[in-house]
Every structure is written in C-alpha cells, then in structure tokens.
Ligand binder design. Structure first.
Ligand code: SAH
Length: 352
C-alpha cells in the first residue's frame, strides 16, 4: 500500500513535469480508487497553463434530425419516438444574436447529421453569425474535406468531432454503417484546413477497456487536439443500449479528463453537461480536476427536451438567460471567473 502510494506520487510528479505518460502509466492512473491526488495535480497544471478563467461557449442545438444510427444516441435515425425539429436559418441566427447579447464570445452550432442543411445554407448561417464578432464552433458530424473547407472560409473557427472511442472494432459495432477511418480522416482534414480541432470520448461504453481509454488519450496527444471533451456514457431508454447502467461512468470520465490535462496542459477542456446529469456538482468537480470551459445551453426551452442524446439532461426548463447567470454564479462560487476573451487555444499564455 505504502509502496503504491509512493509510485502514484512519482507518476504524478513525472506527468506534471514532462506531460508524457506511457500507456501503462495512464492505465494505472485510471484504475485509482482514491483519485484525489490525480485531481489536484490536474488542477495545478490547469492553473499554471490556462489560468483561473473559464471560457463559456453558447451551445445551440439546431436540429435533431440525424441520418446515423449510433447505438448509444437518443436521436439516432432508428428512434421513431423522437419528435424531430429543425430551426430555420433565421431562427439559428436570432438565437446566436441572443447569445451574444448575454455576453458569449463563442457560439457552438450542434446537430445530428441533418442533410437538409447543405453547404450553401450552412455557409450563409456562418457568415451571418460571423458579423456578430464571435468565434464559431461547428459540431455537425462527418463531412467531406470540401465541405469543411467551405465552412472554414465562411468563418467557422473550430470544429468538434469526438472520436467517441479509438477502439475501431467497438466504434464500428456501435456506429453501424460508419467507418472509424473516415472519422479519423475528418479530424486530419479539419486540422490541415486550419480549424481548432476538438475531439473526445464517451466513457463507459459496453465493451470499452481501460487500455482503449488510454489509447484515446494518446490519440488526442498525438493529433494533437486543441480541445477535448470527455463525457460519461448515459444509456438512453429508446436505444439498443437501454439495459446498460451508467455506474462508475462519472468517476472514470473525471479521471480521464484529469489525465488529459496532465498530457495536454494548455488545451481547452470542457466540464461536460453529461457529467452534471450523473452528479449534481458534476461540472464544478470537473472544473476542479482539469476543466476550463463550460458550454451552457442556449437552445430555446421548447426544443431542449427534444435534443435528448441521453436521458436526464439538466436545465431542460430553463431559459438561456437563466443558464448564463446560473453558470457564472457557480463558477464564482469556487473562486474562478468567467473569461472575457474568445478563448482560442494558447490565448492564456499570450496574455489574452
Ligand atoms: N452529430 C454530431 C454531434 C453529436 S452529439 C457528431 O457526430 O459529432 C454530441 C455528442 O454527444 C456525441 O459526440 C456523443 O459523444 C455524445 N452522446 C451521444 N449519445 C450519448 C449518450 N447516450 N450519453 C452521453 N453522451 C452521448
């Protein structure tokens, strides 16, 4: 016992100093049953490399139509019980304007893979939102390189595309008809085109191993990503994975996130909303274990329940304005503050 505590301390010191860990090192950190020293190390590295500011990103869930059938996702094409909705381009731009009014410096446009939004429509929306002087993040799935290039030229700055899992066979089992290689191709295209690239994993998928979670982290470090969101998998009752249990997923996701901060000390790491679904203080605990970003929901209240990727989503009945105020109060309650900048990767070290 004494010996292993000593080893853990050595490992954390090595990670804090070098930001390099082997696959075996990572696995032993993910196995920790008492991870408070890991969380403290991640919190220290976070403070040193990205400061005490928290970047807020306004999340707009603009369509729950999706052509894909991911086994874990509540808005999968095969879920006939979902009431589908799609905001009009005008509504999307109006929602972005509201977000800017609440002081957000980044707007995140997220949806299922909805083919109604072709390149022209999306580029037009991006150009209009860009006039508001905000950073734009897209999270709309797999597209061709040409499409990504067009959105970037229209003004999109960042793109979120979780790899979900680096275990290729697990990925293709859970995302039928999707190719893992194509998802990796997308991430490389996005990087080459000059986007800030965000990726991430789902933690707790059936069949996922600690070895593959360690590989996820090494994959993010190799790319390297500018941002990475780690979310616990929460089984949705209207999906083929409805019988799974989310037990332990929150704790494991938090450990993944903390190790990621040690490996990639200056990237942006969100305290994900799914964490707060599994734990009432989920996002605050995440902010104290390596995270420096929060993505409050800015979708109109009437659509929030329909964008149900997983059950038990928080703040379903709350207005965008209420969420903005509530998140800031929570951040202040742990001695942190909302940052005023757009929050690009590396801005903190540049003094922005
Ligand atoms: N269509 C876009 C956006 C997907 S939704 C894309 O493909 O990137 C955003 C994220 O929600 C997904 O990447 C996935 O990691 C997460 N998600 C989906 N189902 C979930 C579930 N049951 N529990 C937790 N997170 C889930």
């Amino acid at each position: 016992m004494v010996y292993s505590l000593y080893m853990e301390k050595k490992l954390l010191q090595k990670a804090e100093r070098t930001h390099h860990l082997t696959r075996e090192d990572i696995i032993s950190l993910l196995k920790l049953s008492e991870p408070s020293a890991l969380f403290q190390a991640a919190d220290k590295v976070r403070r040193e490399f990205v400061g005490d500011g928290v970047y807020l990103r306004a999340l707009i869930e603009f369509s729950n139509y999706c052509k894909n059938n991911c086994l874990y996702c509540g808005i999968r094409a095969g879920n006939a019980r979902v009431q589908r909705y799609r905001l009009t381009p005008t509504e999307i731009v109006e929602t972005a304007k509201k977000a800017v009014g609440y002081g957000y410096k980044t707007v995140v446009l997220q949806s299922g893979e909805d083919l109604w939004f072709d390149t022209d429509k999306l580029c037009d929306i991006i150009r209009q939102i860009k006039k508001l002087d905000v950073a734009i993040t897209l999270s709309i799935g797999e597209k061709t390189r040409e499409e990504y290039a067009a959105y970037h030229q229209a003004g999109a700055d960042r793109y979120l595309l979780r790899i979900e899992t680096t275990d290729k066979s697990l990925y293709e089992k859970l995302d039928p008809s999707m190719s893992w290689d194509n998802r990796v191709r997308c991430l490389h295209d996005l990087k080459e085109l000059g986007y800030e690239v965000g990726s991430g994993s789902l933690v707790g998928l059936p069949g996922q191993t600690l070895e593959s979670l360690a590989d996820d982290l090494l994959f993010f470090q190799k790319l390297p990503v500018d941002m990475a969101g780690i979310g616990p998998f929460i089984p949705h009752p209207q999906t083929p994975l409805s019988n799974e249990k989310p037990d332990g997923h929150f704790e494991l996701a938090l450990k993944m996130m903390a190790v990621m901060r040690l490996l990639l000390p200056d990237i942006n790491i969100p305290a994900t909303t799914a964490m707060e679904t599994l734990h009432p203080q989920g996002r605050l605990l995440a902010l104290q274990a390596g995270a420096n970003v929060v993505m409050p929901n800015t979708t109109d209240t009437e659509y929030r329940p329909l964008y149900a990727l997983y059950p038990g989503k928080i703040c379903l009945g709350d207005s965008a304005e209420k969420c903005r105020g509530c998140v800031e109060r929570k951040i202040n309650s742990i001695g942190r503050h909302v940052s005023s900048g757009k929050g690009f990767h590396g801005d903190y070290k540049k003094g922005k």
